[in-house]
Design a protein around this ligand. Sequence first.
Ligand SMILES: *Cc1c(COP(=O)(O)O)cnc(C)c1O
Ligand code: SF4
Length: 360
Amino acid sequence: MTQNSHEPPEWKRELDSSIRSLDAMQRRFPAMVVTAAMRRAADLFPMSVTPYYAELVQRPEFDDPVFAQCVPDGRELQAPSWLSSDPLHEQNCSPAPFLVHRYPDRALIVATSACATYCRHCTRKRVSSTPDSEIPDSALDACAGYLRAHPGIDDVLISGGDPMLLDDERLDRILGRIRDVPSVKAIRIATRTLVNLPMRFTPEAVAMLRRHAPLFVNTHFNHPVEVTPQAVAAAARLVDVGIPVANQTVLLRGVNDSEAVVEALCRKLFHNRIRPYYLFQCDLVNGIEHLRTPLATGLRIMKHLRGRLSGMAIPNFAVDTPGPGGKIELLPDGILRADDKGTYLSNSRGDVIYYPDPEV
Ligand SMILES: *Cc1c(COP(=O)(O)O)cnc(C)c1O
Ligand code: SF4
């Protein structure tokens, strides 16, 4: 393909032709049924789907893993009392606008509220349902000031929304401003564009990101059908220049809540140099009750992965809890019990092994 400098890049054309209503989705998938409850859900939580991501839908029904992640579902209207709009209390942990500081050594910057495709299970539905907004330069300066005043923060996450929806020049400026803070060592970009807009990673964008190393990209594949040749090629462009790519999966009922699906996903990611990092329990956020699984499901899946997959391909299963609670890692039982001389362990086959402590 030849580059024509007068034409917008392919990823912008892709975004411009996104599917933004149930009626548009139905035109794309004539067999799709649209109900009144789905329309109410779409009014409450916006939809937007890139044509690229829509292409991964195999059947326009809610038991399709891609359809279920991007099409408003009447069940989003369920509102049991344990759900809220900000279950992690991020707004209480925000010492400066657009900045969340929940861990001593890490801070998160919400760079934009826009996403290429709005995930039905999004934790920040409260952000994605506001009109698209980008961090203004004045707020960026205030964030950089906060980072300078808190040199204990050495790891900054750029999140959103999806920061890769910003232009290269804008993102370059944001990254530069953060890089200028001497105490900041690692920068991580949290993006789902590898999954829903992989053409975003143009050679120019990758070269720009490379200039801000050490930089990491964390992405969000939930199902093996999302790991397409285009996505794999985009990840390879990053990894080839030394930008590690890690994956954070969210465990979703009917999408990936089985041993076989998570195992296939982790294998495929690992083989393509995308390191499985987290398997997240759904947050207690409004509009996602129908996608939540019991904690036991994740533990069962973790038990299945252990002993079958290399540790390199096994994510950490974690549940995020409000405010200072933070992420809590959950393990299928490895420790059975301890006595004063050692510990009884169990492996994935259920064998019991005694591990003695040193005598002195
Ligand atoms: C998840 C999160 C981080 C990063 O946590 P890691 O476990 O290091 O990936 C940082 N800040 C906030 C606010 C977070 O929610
Ligand atoms: S890409 Fe991330 S921030 Fe955007 S809707 Fe999906 S989960 Fe939410």
